[in-house]
Design a protein. Sequence first.
Lengths: 440, 287
Amino acid sequence: MSPTSSSASSSRPLPRRAAIVGANRIPFARSNGAYARASNQDMLTAALDGLVARFGMAGEHVGEVVSGAVLKKSSDFNLTREAVLGSRLAAATPTYDVQQACGTSLQTTLLIANKIALGQIESGIAAGVDTTSDAPIEVNEGLRSVLLAANRAKSTAGVLKALAGLRPGQIVPEIPANREPRTGMSMGEHAAQTAAAWGITRQAQDEIAAASHQNLAKAYDRGFFDDLMTPYLGLTRDNNLRADSTVEGLAKLKPVFKPAGYPDTEATMTAANSTPLTDGAATVLLASDEWAAERHLPVLAHLVDAETSAVDYVHGDEGLLMAPAYAVPRLLERNGLTLQDFDFYEFHEAFASTILATFAAWEDPIFCKEKLGYDEPLGSFDKSKLNVVGSSLATGHPFAATGARIVPTLAKLLHEKGSGRGLISICAAGGQGVVAILEA
Amino acid sequence: MKTETLDAPPTLGVLYGRALLTARSGGGALPDRRLELAGVRIDADAVADYAHVCGFGVGGVVPPTYPHMLAFPLQMRLMTDREFPLPAPGMVHLRNVITQHRPPEVGEPLTVAVHADRLAAHPKGAQVDLVTEVRDADGTGVWGSRSTYFVRGAPAPEGADEVPAAPPEPEPQVGRLPHAIWTIPADIGRRYAAVSGDVNPIHVNGLAAKAFGMPGMIAHGMWTKARALAALAGRHGPAFTVDVVFRAPVRAPSKAYFHTAAVDGGWDAKLVSPKGKDHLLLTLRDA
């Protein structure tokens, strides 16, 4: 017997659109704060159990649970499986782990949705988790090579000879840094270059940041997250949220990340218009319409299509976080849509400057002609539809959890409205981007 | 030019000891002989050690700068002979041109031959080229290089004017934005010395470096070239010429900006200090 394949699976032609049924996340916590003692597995298990409780799925088999973390200990190789085994889902629920930096849990959503679309599974949970507090620490590269050489040695003398290579400086551990291996630049340094290239002002960045906090605060106040979140370790809201953020207040912060190669350009990025390091986990329940109907569960929205892209930021003169600027036009073209054809725009705010640079590129005839091959620019869109219940600058950004925060946020917005279409865009380390369209 | 065939690779430690004891202050002509060592085999473990220090991947093609490791002991042997007109300690690498016809294979028998060429006056001393040829078992050229070394304060040799001029220096055309920021660790000289055998004091000891007129300990030029090529791995063909000029020494530790540009037929690259001083100028042209 296969508990996940229902009688309804063959009643509709394949492929079919996967439904977003619901979600659960834990509040996001600033690094080394409320969740300092919690591991990725702890947070993911808590988020899954909250989802199970919300939808009465204790002991239930879902087709698959797919999750991942960016900062992951090697002992967590089966992170998702371990979390499921510790959750109230059926122990026989299969899982796998995926990592695509900040795109992780939008990509896990696509993986689940595609299997549902093909009829391979009827339901699944896409998730993501990250901790910057309980981060894996590696031993110094010099110490590691000495220890590995000693481990390889076949005789006591060989072990001693290898250990003779130990040096005091090797005691310093390697702590994971938010740095691109091929460029040696942090994500902030990359974003600063892109901001300078597009002439993004401090004022415009602070406006995005203030709006993100104000919108998130209003959304909490009207109970928007009540059925999307479960309290965890004493938190009931994202603790990065500053409801009283104003452009004037943010203007007082000291800028950081002076852009390399722009000696005359002042730094414009601050701790407020850049996402902070954050801990948290998020999950999304996807299913076929039939699976949801059998359980009398709502369908908030459907996943229509998605696109993943990458840019050559190493030698190619494109910004590290600019991949969505290429992914979205391809997605629009394939679906016969324009940039203006959406009711909501959910853009992951890695840095306020990142989304502003992306918008500037789409309004720029030269970029659209030379990079995208279009005679007309994609143009502008109504910014009152952008991140209407806040985004990463306010919630924080546990790297792998952000997609699974945004997908249900947009699905619920569309469900509230009754019908409509929304666009999701997430940039990721390594010059990648994941974008998707949802419809209700 | 006569060829002197060696039975075994020279031991660098012995050569450095000899160099420090017999360091000459110049004069005389270049030795009219070629040093040759046959049956040289590239060792996979040594390549892995080298790759770890320079940023190459392990297990792919042999790094294009690696054959310099095979040639360097022969170059040192030549330069530490009493008859050699310039002293080896404190020598500074000015330029290195590598032409690779095909990547050498780990384990294949190779013949490495080295001779000196173009002893010339330099505005602040004297310079000399060391030319290397690496051939395979069939005698076909695999890899060749020309390294130009400079000795500060060494007297200009007689007849320097008759030395043929070197080909024009590379003029890489790159954009103003750095593609990478290199963090050069303080111990890079010692680490590169450990895999290359090049224990020239200017790379491994701050006081010695100052004694030789350097601002402090500096990274090996060939390490900067290797790291630049590691950054371009997979983006060029197997046969090419890569010409590098070493300008301002790269201090260790320091930061430097690396600029690259894909150009017609290859790559241009530059390593510059954060204040805009050129460290390394590179052109790579596919054959």
